[in-house]
Design a protein around this ligand. Structure first.
Ligand SMILES: Cc1ncc(COP(=O)(O)O)c(C=O)c1O
Length: 382
């Protein structure tokens, strides 16, 4: 951190106390200076294999001209026509009437959930849902019932409680466990109780389903998803977030969602960038991602790691936070960069190494990584 020998204020001493507590619990995080180069990451001149990127498809950078830099709210400064082009394309991609781009996926969750849900409504939320969903549900004022992860019986039971509108909110591919949600069963239950199904498919969008249409396509339930929320910053390798739904929902979001109205729009060149990337045929990359996922998953299983994920997010659950950190440090020393994930991102004592596979990796990269995981297994016996 920068330190210009500037004086600090005693009024903020409590901050040190909090930081100390975080450190004592092995939960301290700090930013690490790295240089990212596709399959590799460089830290202090040491080149490491990059196993923690969400740029799953590894589509090479596409060139754009940065000649437009809109920097105000779209309602105030006028709506650049490039937005309409991207939103039309996203609507087609999701087979929905309309779409709306937000600055990030986080802000899309915040904007959409607080627009649709309100006091008197009932939200059923999977216990492993992303922090942005949890935060948005709390802000909405609706009653929240958290159901056990992917547990249809628990969900069905909790749906019996009263709510003016009932919303079921789940992820498509869970970001820290890498498992699919039981979308077929969830949409069946939802239909039976006339609930609104809201899906955050940040990790399934562009990566799974025919033409990368996401988890609903993978499970053949596209028509049953009422509100689809996603990120442009993962599978598409661009930046931003969006929602696709029916016209009136998008209309209400434009009129009501604060994270759309009271913030600057993404600059037009980023919208153009997403649009360009949507026009690229991504099939080859998707196949490579599936191949890499299969080689790495099978290789890790053969080494004795317990892997339950069937997707490109592969967690190695370790439990203890300190051991997870030591495991990560060992990998780093040997040449693999993958993040240990701890509380509050995952529950306490469920610390894990989150591996994310990308199409950037070659077969040789994966073999090298497996070699290092073999050494780690001998040392840590996980
Ligand atoms: C499930 C899920 N939803 C939403 C987000 C937020 O997306 P963005 O990075 O575009 O803000 C993430 C990001 O990690 C995520 O994992």
């Amino acid at each position: 951190m920068t330190d210009f020998n500037l004086k600090v204020s005693n009024k903020l001493n409590f901050v040190d106390v909090e930081l100390e507590q975080i450190k004592e619990n092995n939960l301290y995080r700090k930013l690490r200076d790295v240089k990212v180069n596709n399959a590799y990451i460089t830290i202090k001149n040491k080149r490491l294999l990059n196993l923690c990127s969400n740029d799953y498809l590894g589509i090479p950078i596409t060139k754009i001209k940065i000649n437009q830099m809109q920097s105000s709210s779209r309602l105030v400064s006028g709506n650049d026509e490039i937005y309409k082009k991207l939103e039309d394309k996203l609507s087609k991609h999701k087979s929905k009437q309309a779409s709306l781009v937000y600055p990030t996926g986080y802000m899309a969750n915040l904007g959409v959930i607080t627009t649709i849900a309100k006091k008197g409504d009932l939200i059923l939320s999977d216990e492993l849902n992303h922090a942005s969903i949890i935060e948005s549900c709390r802000l909405s004022g609706a009653k929240i019932l958290v159901y056990k992860h992917n547990d249809i019986e628990d969900l069905t039971k909790k749906l019996n409680q009263h709510g003016k509108n009932k919303l079921i909110i789940t992820e498509g591919i869970f970001s820290m466990d890498g498992d699919f949600s039981k979308l077929k069963e969830i949409t069946d239950v939802s239909e039976r109780s006339n609930a609104i199904t809201v899906l955050d498919d940040a990790h399934g969008d562009f990566t799974v389903g025919t033409d990368g249409r996401g988890t609903p396509n993978h499970f053949n339930v596209t028509k049953k998803i009422d509100i689809y929320i996603s990120s442009l910053s993962k599978g598409l390798g661009s930046f931003g977030g969006y929602v696709s739904s029916q016209n009136n929902v998008i209309d209400l979001c434009i009129n009501k969602s604060k994270s759309f109205i009271y913030t600057s729009a993404l600059p037009s060149f980023l919208i153009q960038y997403s649009l360009n990337r949507m026009q690229i045929n991504r099939e080859k990359q998707r196949k490579k991602l599936a191949r890499n996922t299969s080689i790495l998953t099978n290789g890790l299983k053969q080494l004795g790691y317990q892997i339950n994920s069937k997707t490109h997010i592969i967690p190695i659950v370790i439990g203890n936070e300190k051991i997870a950190m030591d495991f990560g440090k060992f990998l780093l020393k040997k040449g693999v960069f993958a993040q240990p994930i701890r509380y509050p991102t995952v529950p306490k004592n469920k610390a894990r190494l989150r591996i994310s596979v990308t199409a950037w990796l070659s077969k040789k990269n994966i073999d090298d990584a497996l070699n290092i995981f073999e050494q780690a297994q001998k040392k840590f016996k996980i």
